[in-house]
Design a protein around this ligand. Sequence first.
Ligand code: SAM
Length: 325
Amino acid sequence: MTYKKHYSVLNKEVVDILNENCEQLDNINFADMTFGAGGHTFALAGKNENIKVYSVDQDPDALKNGRSHIEELGLTERVFLNDMNFEEFPDFIKENHPNLKFNGIVADLGVSSHHFDQGERGFSFRFDAPLDMRMDADNDELETAAYIVNNYSKEDLENIFFRYGEEKFSHRIVRSILEKREIAPIETTKQLEQLIINCYPKKLQFGKINPATKCFQALRIKVNKELDVLERVIPGLIDLLDINGRLAIITFHSLEDRIVKNLFKDAVQGEIPYELYSKKPIVPSHGELEENPRSRSAKLRVICKIKEKKSKNKYAHFSKIGENR
Ligand SMILES: C[S@@+](CC[C@H](N)C(=O)[O-])C[C@H]1O[C@@H](n2cnc3c(N)ncnc32)[C@H](O)[C@@H]1O
């Protein structure tokens, strides 16, 4: 298995923001909830030798590839890669390192380019493969996309496609799925792609964006319980921050962004003092978008733990990195 290349979205912004308050510190602890190809982890660890990074991924390919890279780079004493769903991370730290607090935590949500480019994982309709879509591919307790498509009720499928994919032809697509699966199960990416294309009006079938894109995104979110996990983990991650520590979360669609925005707002309004790094999310620069068009929907939000509540200026760095672009 070769791990496919992954462009590390908003990497410079994340590294700069998380390091901003750390220059005077002798021991710096960062965490990366979404190791992937290690772009953020290695950039953080590379800043200086006092930095330790506790990283997490649930994908067997990312873990295998990551462990060999960590060794090759001689970072085994400073970069620790854990096999888990990031939902488990706050409890893992509390149980195993009860005194550990973090100066910075990053989560770069969703799947990596590796998932899309590794045809047999079933994330992409560019390749014909079983409809799987589990990031944690060894976890037999997770329902695969094929299971969902072939077993969920009409209402549940419509809800998934409409809510997670904002697919306006959900009704038609689900009707067609129900008809097809009466005859034989829908088992592959190409079968589902073709079924969805056929449900689109002729003039929209061959546009710039493949009609199957939204339903595939919706199924992936459902299979990996992405929104539920995100909602559950954010309070726990915020709780792991040291004073002046920052949690940076990169999202790729409005459903994720709304969860981050609301939970950060709740934290700022709570008893413990936190502030937002900036009011608006930070977005990729023009340069990044030219290098990596897949960054176009990325939004970075950052929350900071502070010593005490400030009365007026709620935004720590309103016009600093990434604003006003
Ligand atoms: C967008 S990629 C991260 C890329 C990484 N930041 C880089 O620069 O290479 C997301 C990674 O997070 C992992 N992931 C997503 N959700 C996860 C979760 N709930 N728990 C653990 N890992 C997760 C995926 O398997 C994938 O490898």
